[in-house]
Design a protein around this ligand. Structure first.
Ligand code: GLC
Ligand code: CA
Length: 557
């Protein structure tokens, strides 16, 4: 094997590469006042839990004022807190407590669109010559673009008889980044939070900011392709400006939601000398978006494809760029229900997936509840759903008679976002200890009786304790962050085996993605390995992996 010439002394260490991010979906994390909705004070009570897990950075999904058409991803005031979540004083308290515990806090920057209840939009729609008119995108005629949440991406505003663009729902009008006045308002707002001490931003659909202002119809061959909206002509100009005006002036973490960005384009956003973002996360292994996926859910991924995606990205980023690794978030159903086993091997497969999350090359983000091995919850009917995406798709497909209600519900149970949004399971008490009130805002998964944080904390073999150990291990082994990545068995249909090497030190990670024993070929005759971490208590045999078994091995040549 080729020696990796980089050494820890020559490598530039970066705290944001070494950090572990934990995503909090505030609505579902912890209710502090019994109204059934998670809130900032609730989060404060759980900070010791997060600290004990070992995470460094908390990412809060939007906590700004919002009428909640898309659960906070429709902001009506960027510099105030959502009523249901608390007050600015509560926010300041939260930030202070996070810092006291030595952690950092990043916010969700949602600036492709605002809410239609934002004062800018209320002004803008009043007249064509209103000073805020050009904060949004208006046309006399719509093109054929469609919304992520069904229907046209344009809505006619009767007062001025023009259409405004909304790539998401009509209550989420797209902001006009062509307008320098809008851009300055956004930068000012970013500085407002950073000056408060916030440690960075996760940037919502950031590749969408720049639009092709001819607003031609979808080009041939890309009809209804929602990734078409990404990487507009001025996107890098805007991000470089944002970097110069704001980001470069703070020691902050930036992670872009890389929707529509392919591996070949990634370093344009995150390359070292680009002065844009530190990292993005891609969608190549995510559940696909768009209405048509409720008609024909995408075929399941197989392990060969999954490995190919990660190799492709790792090679494309090389030493220049950096990525954020994730399995789950609030936009995908639970990863365990997708790539793992929710039956007999739930614990083993959750640990296996966690091992990959914390050892693939990139900054890992763990989504709330994945450290407990939470699973999708079956939703019986439409009333149980909350998500606007599902509701609009239902209107369009079921009322539009393109699909039977029962088959639609079946598809939702596989791909709907609400499955990751059911409340966090803290205890086996009523409402999983999420709320002291009578009812939580969204259905709880009844499996909270045995999958909950209290149980996990008391059980040394839990997924939670395993994640703690992995996080600790990652901190002690910079090879996982700065070493190179080598896929050892790209064609194996069940096993994922890779090696990281740095300064002659190498670790091998081998994972079995199936519920049966798999032979594990000895890769290098003469190579000695020793087991450092595994998800089975009893020692196994060297050349076979048990169901969902994972091992981290030290290798000596
Ligand atoms: C991002 C968010 C998603 C939201 C959308 C519109 O993809 O993660 O939850 O619905 O943007 O803001
Ligand atoms: Ca509450």
């Amino acid at each position: 094997m080729e020696k990796n010439s980089a050494t820890l002394n020559t490598i530039q260490r970066e705290w944001w590469k070494e950090a572990i991010i934990y995503q909090i979906y505030p609505r579902s994390f912890k209710d502090g006042n019994g109204d059934g909705i998670g809130d900032l004070n609730g989060i404060i009570t759980k900070l010791p839990y997060l600290k004990a897990l070992g995470v460094d950075v908390l990412w809060l999904s939007p906590c700004f004022k919002s009428p909640n058409a898309d659960n906070g991803y429709d902001v009506s005031d960027y510099e105030d807190i959502m009523d249901e979540f608390g007050t600015m004083a509560d926010f300041d308290h939260l930030l202070h407590e996070v810092h006291e515990l030595g952690m950092k806090l990043i916010l969700d920057l949602v600036v492709n669109h605002s809410s239609d209840e934002h004062r800018w939009f209320k002004e803008a729609r009043k007249s064509k010559d209103n000073p805020y008119r050009e904060f949004y995108i208006w046309r006399d005629e719509p093109n054929d673009w469609i919304s992520f949440f069904s229907g046209s991406a344009w809505t006619l505003d009767p007062l001025t008889n023009q259409y405004y663009l909304h790539l998401f729902v009509a209550k989420q009008p797209d902001l006009n980044w062509e307008n320098p006045a809008l851009r300055q308002e956004i930068y000012k707002m970013m500085r407002f939070w950073l000056d408060k001490g916030v440690d960075g931003f996760r940037m919502d659909v950031i590749p969408f900011l720049s639009k092709d202002t001819t607003f031609a119809d979808f080009p041939e061959g890309r009809k209804n392709d929602l990734t078409y909206y990404a990487n507009g002509p001025k996107i890098h100009e805007y991000l470089q400006e944002m970097n110069a005006e704001v980001l470069s002036r703070y020691d902050c973490l930036t992670v872009g939601e890389g929707f529509g960005v392919n591996a070949g384009q990634a370093n344009l956003y995150v390359g070292k000398n680009r002065h844009e973002l530190q990292m993005i996360y891609h969608f190549d292994h995510a559940v696909p978006r768009g209405e048509e996926h409720f008609i024909t859910p995408a075929p399941e991924f197989n392990v060969v494809q999954l490995k190919a995606i990660f190799s492709k990205w790792d090679t494309a980023l090389g030493d220049d760029g950096w990525q954020n690794i994730y399995w789950g978030n609030h936009d995908n159903p639970r990863v365990l229900s997708r790539f793992g086993d929710v039956g007999a091997y739930r614990i083993e497969s959750a640990k296996m997936l966690a091992t990959l999350l914390f050892t693939l090359r990139g900054t890992p983000s763990i989504y709330q509840g994945d450290e407990l091995g939470m699973t999708n919850c079956t939703f019986e009917n439409m009333e149980e759903y909350d998500d606007i995406q599902v509701k609009n798709a239902y209107q369009s497909l079921v009322f539009g008679q393109k699909k039977e209600a029962s088959t639609f519900i079946k598809a939702c149970n596989q791909i709907a976002r609400d499955h990751a949004r059911t409340p966090m399971q803290w205890t086996d008490a009523e409402n999983a200890g999420f709320t002291a009130g009578k009812k939580s805002w969204l259905k709880l998964n009844p499996n909270y009786k045995y999958i909950n944080a209290a149980q996990a904390q008391n059980d040394p073999n839990s997924v939670y304790h395993y994640c703690r150990a992995l996080i600790q291990f990652r901190k002690e082994n910079p090879v996982l962050v700065y070493g190179n990545y080598e896929d050892l068995l790209p064609d194996d249909p069940y096993l994922w085996a890779f090696r990281h090497s740095l300064e002659g030190f190498s670790l091998m990670i081998v994972a079995n993605f199936c519920g049966e024993i798999q032979p594990f070929p000895l890769l290098n005759p003469g190579e000695r390995t020793s087991l450092l971490i595994g998800n089975y208590k009893e020692e196994g045999i060297k050349d076979a992996l048990r169901p969902y078994e994972v091992r981290i091995l030290r290798c000596w040549e």
